[in-house]
Design a protein around this ligand. Structure first.
Ligand SMILES: Nc1ncnc2c1ncn2[C@@H]1O[C@H](COP(=O)(O)OP(=O)(O)OP(=O)(O)O)[C@@H](O)[C@H]1O
Ligand SMILES: [Mg+2]
Length: 239
């Protein structure tokens, strides 16, 4: 995997194929993601969203095709994946030199956890733990931020707050983002572009050019939601 694309995009994927045994998961995907672009990936369970993310993270190899992604990339998962035996700040700076301490404290402050550096992971709420995971990603100053259903395990109110926080952080730091989610509203609220992955390829690719912050009752928002839901096989959805 190389660090830059010919067009200067953050991510360049061409003819990406991936199968597990007899099951083809990604059947020839082409995708470019611009620097600072917020890209969201929807799709039914088992369609290969996490597989695509893992390939972008360099954790999985494609069977065919080319994948160009920045070296500075990091992933936030559905669970915070904190090391329980390390305090919060040590989790944020895990694997980094001691000099990263100040940046770690700044990242904690940015996610609203000033003063939590000395806390143990077991004492955190689910939302706080996920904020630590975000700080751990942020402190690495990623050019590509991979988010695999990062809010799915949170209650509805915390999820909305976390969406707002991620929107703010991405606005400030401008990484390219790939957000995997099952929540259509979340995708339309946050992303510059949304695709639906179905049967190995993109069933629809939908640019969302609405101003931020986005209003869910805006007729354009509702139109995007309905179109994406119809590609997910949901019809007659409430609006
Ligand atoms: N290492 C593996 N070995 C064998 N099969 C795998 C492996 N990783 C993924 N798969 C299969 O590939 C398919 C896609 O999996 P993936 O985790 O990418 O789906 P997903 O779209 O992220 O689903 P979900 O929405 O449930 O998270 C599934 O059928 C899964 O069982
Ligand atoms: Mg998945």
């Amino acid at each position: 995997m190389s660090a830059s694309t010919a067009t200067g995009a953050a991510v360049g994927i061409k003819g990406l194929r991936k199968a597990f045994g007899a099951k083809t998961v990604l059947a020839g995907i082409d995708l470019e993601i611009g620097r600072g672009e917020f890209f969201a990936l929807l799709g039914p369970s088992g369609t290969g969203k996490t597989t695509l993310l893992r390939i972008l993270a360099g954790l999985e190899l494609p069977d065919a095709g080319t994948v160009l992604a920045p070296r500075r990339r990091t992933t936030v998962y559905q669970e915070p994946r904190l090391v329980q035996a390390r305090r919060v700040l040590a989790n944020v700076t895990l694997g980094l030199p001691r000099s990263a301490r100040e940046a770690g404290l700044a990242a904690l402050a940015e996610v609203g956890l000033e003063g939590y550096g000395g806390a143990w992971p077991a004492t955190l709420s689910g939302g706080e733990a996920q904020r630590v995971a975000l700080a751990r990603a942020l402190v690495r100053d990623p050019e590509l931020l991979l988010l695999d259903e990062p809010f799915a395990a949170l209650d509805a109110l915390t999820r909305l707050q976390m969406q707002e926080l991620v929107a703010e952080l991405c606005e400030r730091h401008r990484p390219a983002v790939v957000l995997v989610t099952h929540d259509v509203d979340e995708a339309v609220r946050l992303a510059d572009r949304v695709v639906v992955l179905r049967e190995g390829s993109f069933a629809v690719e939908q640019p969302i050019d609405l101003p931020h912050p986005r209003d869910r009752s805006d007729p354009d928002f509702i139109a995007h939601r309905r179109l994406l839901l119809s590609h997910l096989g949901v019809t007659g959805a409430p609006h």
